[in-house]
Design a protein around this ligand. Structure first.
Ligand SMILES: *Cc1c(COP(=O)(O)O)cnc(C)c1O
Length: 505
């Protein structure tokens, strides 16, 4: 209890500091304190008397419970809370409010204020949406092996930029680059902060001051204001659009090549799909065009799929290795999408362009820190060992419809019989998400829940206010849970506990 300064809070009867997104929302449910009140007439008749009942900051600081709180939570934090508490009392008095002036109540309030400051803002949630790479929920959960490596390396010194064999300065890139290059079959690879940074750095290095040719059908926007035209402008290249939204032919690219052209760019239209009357040159033709004009070809792959997911019905995600094998000089992709690792952007390809990218002074501004390197290296090694199901995002995508159906049936059994709750099973669809595989889904079994005492919206709200928060889908006035994205075991137990609490309240 003392590591997070909560000892003093316990003395005040403030409930345990729970990780909550909005700390104010869960305070004091179990407060043992009976609220004292001064009669309204008393306050109105004798405002001075009431004001005198507000203890001074010094008086409060000398009370044993507040002193204990200061010792565990930190004196400055407690002083601040005391001042705020006293100020709030004065304001309430000014509004003619009449309760909450008893010392125990004031202490309780101070305890809550301290707790609100101590509770973390970034907390784990249970993702029951069935969207595996949910960007709002942190995309890929890390593999246990990756977490262990982060814990092992980050709290100590490491050879981050030190060559242990030679006893001299090394490069942080060395820990991941060869490994990643090997995984995708590239000559070289680099890691930066995210794929947006990777595209930016690569464009700036390979085409600054010149033109980049892109199909109009690939001028995409990814959530969070990543837009290809904007990133081109920021990286100092002139975007040369060719073709139309639905059809771009090789001849369109060829006609746009001129002496200012520096690069041919292809972008994976990650989060949407144009169907119907469409055309895009085959990759090898595109590469051949670049070769003919002595222009490098770059591909922003978006998701960074390292394995074939066609068996899972996801056939729109070209594995990075396939593009490189076709002769694309530089590919970029995310570390925390289908790769299933930490947030990172990976640039892989031929040695010459990669060396130029590495020498760009912007690389220093976009580089990753040791925790990312530790997690990415561990994740990459799981690929090398073929341990795909140790990578949570991949295991979720690869989970069979039958295994999810069995888990859903088991959970339904556990929820059955809770008063007012209805629980049924229904087939449905999960998605990979995170701007990948648009229009493609994975078969799943949904747990359809209802409660006689509240609407679906209310039930979903209550699940969201649970700690840990449970994020469900609401469709057609029904709450749906998709266990594909719920971690097997402990998170299912949390869900059962949450429903028990909800139906009892
Ligand atoms: C997701 C995506 C990006 C941005 O990647 P981040 O790692 O989120 O920065 C860029 N391009 C494409 C095609 C994407 O799908």
């Amino acid at each position: 209890m003392d590591s997070d300064g909560t000892e003093g809070l316990a003395m005040l009867g403030v409930c345990r500091v729970q990780p909550v997104a909005n700390p104010q929302s869960c305070i004091l449910k179990n407060s043992p304190v009976v609220r004292f009140s001064i009669m309204a007439s008393e306050t109105q008749a004798k405002p001075e008397a009431a004001r005198r009942r507000i203890p001074s900051v010094d008086e409060l600081l000398s009370r044993p419970a507040i002193r204990a709180l200061g010792a565990s939570a930190g004196r400055d934090l407690v002083l601040e809370a005391v001042r705020e508490g006293v100020q709030a009392l004065r304001e309430r008095l000014g509004r003619g409010e009449d309760s909450g002036f008893a010392p125990e109540v004031i202490e309780q309030d101070i305890g809550e204020r301290v707790q609100a400051q101590l509770a973390p803002s970034l907390v784990p949630v249970i993702n029951a949406t069935g969207v595996v790479l949910h960007t709002n929920l942190g995309r890929a959960p890390l593999a246990r092996e990756a977490l262990e490596r982060v814990a092992e390396v980050a709290g100590r010194y490491s050879n981050l930029e030190y060559d242990l064999a030679q006893g001299e300065r090394g490069k942080r890139d060395d820990h991941t680059d060869r490994l990643l290059a090997k995984l995708v079959g590239a000559e070289a690879a680099l890691v930066v902060n995210n794929n947006a940074a990777a595209v930016f750095l690569a464009l700036n290095t390979l085409a600054e001051g010149g033109e980049v040719i892109v199909s109009r059908g690939e001028l995409i926007e990814i959530g969070g204001s990543f837009r290809i035209p904007d990133i081109c402008a920021k990286s100092g290249v002139v975007l040369r659009e060719v073709g139309t939204t639905n059809r771009t032919r090789l001849a369109d690219y060829a006609a746009a090549v001129n002496e200012r052209t520096r690069l041919l760019l292809r972008v994976h239209p990650s989060n949407f799909r144009i169907v119907g009357f469409t055309e895009r040159p085959a990759l090898d033709e595109f590469v051949e065009l670049g070769r003919r004009h002595n222009l490098p070809v770059m591909e922003d792959l978006g998701s960074g799929c390292l394995v074939d997911l066609e068996q899972q019905g996801l056939n729109d995600e070209p594995p990075a290795g396939r593009s490189l094998a076709a002769g694309v000089q530089v590919v970029t992709f995310s570390g925390d999408k289908l790769l299933g690792g930490p947030q990172a952007g990976i640039i892989a390809g031929a040695r010459a362009p990669l060396e130029r990218i590495r020498k760009n002074s912007l690389f220093r501004a976009l580089r990753v820190d040791k925790m990312t390197i530790a997690a990415l290296e561990a994740t990459a090694r799981l690929y090398r060992r073929g341990k795909l199901d140790s990578i949570p995002a991949l295991a979720m995508i690869r989970a069979s419809a039958e295994s999810i159906a069995a888990r859903a049936a088991r959970l339904r059994e556990q929820l059955r019989g809770l008063p007012g709750l209805t629980a049924a099973l229904e087939t449905g669809e999960s998605v990979a998400g995170g701007g990948s595989t648009p229009g493609q889904s994975l078969p799943t079994t949904l747990l359809v829940l209802g409660h006689s005492g509240c609407s679906a919206r209310d039930l979903a709200d209550r699940l969201r206010h649970n700690r840990p928060a449970i994020i469900a889908r609401v469709e057609r006035d029904r709450v749906l849970l998709d266990l594909r994205t719920v971690l097997d075991g402990s998170e299912e137990d949390e869900i059962v506990r949450a429903f028990k609490r909800i139906v009892m309240s």
